[in-house]
Design a binder for this molecule. Structure first.
Ligand code: APR
Length: 313
């Protein structure tokens, strides 16, 4: 899914659906909520009241989404969703991701062809912008939807810059992968298919006393075939320049590659980078990736990307 970023006021956006960063009461508030109700007029609040008197007697739960008229706004619907308040102690990422997924689902059910999101939870609910951007972009990209035009409207240049780094980071990575001809990718997957169990078992050398009191450091002995695969990952721009240390600490895909099959292929590149670069700092990082399944998850995700998306496949 292509995500476009726009700087400005969400209430000025022309789209089928505008997503509101609401609260559970659906009775309005400040920020985006206030702007939407102010510019959209009383018809929106009227419908919110009806929702509260019927389906949502106790309020709209966090992470869920519901549509109303857009009133005077240049849109057909407002999709109200309730973001989680940021917590430094409790991980509420799934609730924030759900806001994007559920809003997209509601938009699809309505037949909306264009949807505009704000940066949910990053204002009054205090969610750090970078983390919110990663969660938003990952959730939108992982959600199959018929909505063709998905925009995120950022209210400040700083917010725009953060989202742009996240969105274009992925797009740059994918552009780098696609720039390599299909036969280079086929060569990689042929080599991967030729890897034997022995290639995946890593013996260690060293450890013997070379001189009294001096023991040679142990080191992993990777097979030539496996090293050729790692070399190709570098040549095919799967290994990318980014802060893989910080990413590894925050990413749900590190260390075992759990969930990578459903993630953007850029995250497979990021995980590969964390291990290939990590080997320079810690002998055996790549052995760990072979053991814990991360390397297999990375190669499987790259193979699916190639089969589904490489222009020359
Ligand atoms: N257009 C686009 N973005 C906007 C606008 C606007 N008119 N106004 C604010 N923003 C930005 C904020 O700068 C922030 O980055 O939208 C993001 C979300 O901020 P909030 O609107 O404060 O939403 P949120 O953090 O999710 O808090 C929701 O605030 O307004 C109340 O009733 C709402 O209780 C709920 C809470």
């Amino acid at each position: 899914m292509r995500i476009r970023l726009v700087k400005g006021d969400i209430t000025r956006q022309h789209a089928d659906a505008i997503v509101n960063a609401a609260n559970s009461s659906l009775m309005g508030g400040g920020g985006v909520d206030g702007a939407i109700h102010r510019r959209g007029g009383p018809a929106i609040l009227e419908e919110c009241r009806k929702l509260r008197a019927s389906r949502y007697g106790k309020g709209l739960p966090t992470g869920q989404a519901v549509a109303t008229t857009a009133g005077e706004l240049p849109a057909r619907w407002v999709i109200h969703t309730v973001g989680p308040v940021y917590s430094a102690t409790e991980d509420r990422s799934e609730l924030l991701a759900s806001c994007y997924r559920e809003s997209l689902r509601v938009a699809g059910d309505l037949g909306a062809e264009s949807v505009v999101f704000p940066a949910i939870s990053t204002g009054i609910y205090r969610w750090p912008m970078e983390s919110a951007a990663e969660i938003a972009v990952r959730a939108l990209r992982a959600t199959a939807s018929g909505v063709a035009d998905v925009r995120i409207v950022l209210f400040s240049p700083e917010a725009y810059a953060v989202f742009d780094r996240v969105v274009s980071g992925d797009e740059n990575i994918v552009a780098g992968l696609a720039a390599h001809p299909a036969e280079r990718w086929r060569h990689l997957f042929t080599l991967v298919d030729q890897l034997t169990p022995a290639d995946r078992e890593v013996p260690w050398g060293g450890g013997q006393e070379t001189r009294p009191g001096v023991t040679q450091m142990p080191y992993p002995i990777y097979s030539q075939r496996f090293l050729e695969v790692v070399r190709l990952l570098g040549e095919l721009d799967v290994v990318v320049p980014f802060d893989w240390g910080a990413w590894s600490k925050a990413s749900p895909y590190f260390p075992e590659g759990r969930g990578l099959a459903e993630a953007p292929v850029a995250d497979a590149a990021r995980l590969a980078t964390a291990y290939v670069r990590g080997e320079r700092f810690t002998d055996g990082a790549l052995e760990y990736a072979l053991e814990n399944g991360a390397m297999q998850a990375i190669l499987d995700r790259l193979r699916r990307w190639f089969a589904d998306e490489h222009p020359g496949r």
